[in-house]
Write a protein that binds this ligand. Sequence first.
Ligand SMILES: NC(=O)CCC(=O)C(=O)O
Length: 265
Amino acid sequence: MRASLIQIRVDADESVDSRRLRAASMVRDQAGSADLVVLPELWTTGAFAYEAFAAEAEPLEGPTYEAMAKAASDAGVWLLAGSIPERDPEGPLYNTALVFSPDGELAAAYRKIHRFGFDKGEAVLMSAGGELVTVRLPETVLGVTTCYDLRFPELYRGLVDRGAETFVVSAGWPERRREHWTLLARARAVENQAYVLACGTAGTHAGVEQAGHSVVVDPWGEVLGEAGAGEEVLTVEFDATAVAGTRERFPALKDRLLGLDPPRR
Ligand SMILES: NC(=O)CCC(=O)C(=O)O
């Protein structure tokens, strides 16, 4: 299958409306080139533009949902439309990733579990999700994750236990920790014998330079494609069936002793 990672530029000098139109058009441009399209985390506001979260928060079925549902169906692609600052009808904000099927239906919504910032920023402004999300595509099962989640291997193991073979990561990762980004993407791929499609943003917002360098890693940890620092669409073709083969030939996942209920002896 072919996946296109849209590493869109998120700069303070562009309005959210303009970026939404550009993102929709970039998704449409993938018609015929990709089966799956991935956008980054909080690309409407920027992942570090904390003061914009409440101002630009949308209900789940708000303007970004509308634009992305239409773009997915126009292009006929599966679309992980990145995440939005979602305002729940009860009041709290969530960092919520949206997945659309090629007919423009919502296939899943994933509320980011691990919020970044310690005692500041997203960690205090957003509420934490609590549900692991997988999506069955014809060729593979996606495990949906967002940015800082990449540092928590137990989340990815939980997704493997729910059948995930391809992890998608929407991110707004900063340049200053770029080496962690690539290292963690490869680690999650190797330890779970799964593909990792990790899509970040380009540009600088809220004074935080973004790493770009979106990356696709195979179940053996090989980097199949990597973007540069600027705005770019990274398209990579990969054999989704290779996950089963890798897990059969090198069955390390069967040697797990901990975390299973009951534990294996
Ligand atoms: N938006 C994020 O989750 C940022 C994560 C990050 O900067 C890091 O883990 O490092």
